[in-house]
Design a protein. Structure first.
Length: 94
């Protein structure tokens, strides 16, 4: 699987995260930018997800971590050669 397919997968992951976070009032109502690290199992289930750094707001960091911990599975299985953890910059601009 080439670089373009890995980029596509990363974009799909990012959109899955943003869609998931939109369900959480305490996250949806804030503006933030943070890097998320995600480890995936071969079936697409999330093994681990964590923030890399901080949004600058410790309460928001905690809410993001709680919300991300509930992200059970992504729509597509990861490519075999996907480097892990996957690092994604997630941003809410309101």
């Amino acid at each position: 699987m080439g670089g373009s397919q890995l980029r596509w997968y990363a974009q799909m992951l990012k959109q899955s995260i943003l869609t998931h976070l939109a369900d959480f009032d305490k996250v949806r109502s804030k503006r933030y930018k943070v890097v998320v690290r995600m480890w995936l199992r071969q079936d697409g289930s999330v093994q681990n997800v964590e923030l890399e750094g901080s949004t600058g707001d410790t309460d928001l960091d905690r809410e993001l971590e709680l919300a991300l911990a509930q992200l059970g599975r992504v729509d597509e299985r990861p490519p075999q050669n996907l480097p892990q953890p996957v690092r994604l910059q997630v941003e809410s601009r309101l």
